[in-house]
Design a protein around this ligand. Structure first.
Ligand SMILES: [Cu+2]
Length: 347
């Protein structure tokens, strides 16, 4: 028995948006500070080993600047996020429960349909990116990056998004966050000129500690999820558990991996429970890959128009259903936001 893929919305949207990726260096003027968006961890980000740690975290999470400063939110290579700086966190969901289709097979839970944050995840930057003037934040209105993928013209690269803190911005605490990853948040304090801002060295220090903690939590969770044995009972009556990705308790690392990656000791009659972790939608399919539907696409009622893996979703087809005022994007088939799906093994 084998399973071929667990495709996260992030991994697949990063692929979809590869063509929109923007070159790495964004501005002629130097940023006052650079805040990391996600983190490179190449030993644990290896698609050929079918395991990717996605760092849904800012490095660092608490930074002080002055009005007039330029802040560079720098997305790490291969990471994919949609970030904003705003007076308060805006909790827009990326997915909603699909209310007009039958529940997902296996889990019996609702399928998912695109939520109001999804367009942000598919729309490129309009300011602050390479070749564009910085976005301007004045303390009263949010500024959005749109989708930023950590890819340059020649492959994975750090990608900048620059925000000018307007000279008239009131002193106070503001929020940077990701529309895709609810746990990914930080505080930007605009402080009086008589008070020091955070130095880049301090940000690096804080980031090192955060990264060590995030990575440690992810490695521990991966080990725990990969080590579960079967339920008790005779071979042929046991239940095995496979984690379809997982998210660390602080929501700062999403593990994109089937855990364990292999179940060599299953026999006919055993059952495998596929358990979805929090916050990351995935699909489970049984290969070969060429026989599997695309993981995301347009819902046309009785049919499904999958997104191509490159070039983005494009315009919705004429057949698309409209749900809550939006063309319905759906994870297919049987993709719950979380839950459990059981497969009985037979010969
Ligand atoms: Cu994110």
């Amino acid at each position: 028995m084998r399973w071929k893929r667990a495709i996260s919305v992030l991994g697949s949207t990063a692929l979809l948006l590869g063509g929109l990726a923007i070159p790495a260096r964004a501005t002629a003027s130097s940023p006052t500070v650079t805040i990391g968006v996600g983190h490179a961890d190449f030993p644990n980000q290896n698609p050929f080993q079918h395991r990717i740690f996605e760092y849904t975290d800012f490095f660092s999470r608490d930074v002080s600047v002055h009005a007039g400063d330029l802040v560079d939110f720098q997305t790490a290579p291969t990471e994919f996020h949609s970030i904003a700086l705003a007076p308060a966190v805006i909790p827009l969901p990326l997915f909603l429960a699909d209310t007009d289709d039958a529940p997902a097979k296996g889990s019996g839970l609702p399928k998912v349909t695109g939520g109001p944050a999804l367009p942000l995840a598919f729309t490129g930057p309009t300011c602050g990116a390479f070749g564009m003037p910085p976005c301007t934040f004045n303390g009263s209105r949010p500024v959005n990056s749109g989708s930023i993928a950590g890819f340059g013209p020649n492959g994975p690269a750090a990608v900048d998004w620059n925000v000018q803190i307007d000279s008239g911005t009131p002193l106070g605490t503001y929020h940077y966050f990701c529309y895709i990853h609810p746990g990914m948040q930080g505080l930007l304090h605009v402080v009086d000129p008589s008070v020091s801002g955070t130095t880049q060295a301090q940000i690096s220090n804080d980031s090192s500690s955060q990264f060590a903690a995030d990575q440690g939590a992810a490695l521990a969770l991966e080990a725990a999820d990969s080590s579960a044995g079967p339920s008790s009972g005779a071979p042929g009556s046991r239940t095995w558990t496979v984690h379809v990705g997982d998210t660390t308790s602080g929501n700062h690392v999403a593990i994109l991996e089937m855990m364990p990656q292999a179940l060599p000791n299953t026999v006919s009659g055993d059952t495998v429970d596929y358990v979805w972790g929090a916050l990351e939608p995935h699909t489970v399919g049984f290969g070969p890959d060429a026989n599997l539907p695309e993981p995301f696409g347009w819902d046309c009622g009785k049919s499904f128009v999958g997104f191509p893996l490159q070039g983005g979703p494009g315009a919705p087809p004429a057949c698309v259903e409209v749900e809550q005022g939006r063309p319905e994007i759906i994870g297919d088939p049987g993709t719950p936001t979380r839950g459990c799906w059981s497969v009985a093994l037979t010969e």
